[in-house]
Design a protein. Structure first.
Length: 20
């Protein structure tokens, strides 16, 4: 789920755009 990945990445303080 992309939303979950974005949530986890956001919590780690990393660039969310990298996940897309």
């Amino acid at each position: 789920d992309a939303s979950l990945l974005r949530f986890l990445v956001d919590m780690r303080g990393e660039d969310v755009d990298n996940i897309q």
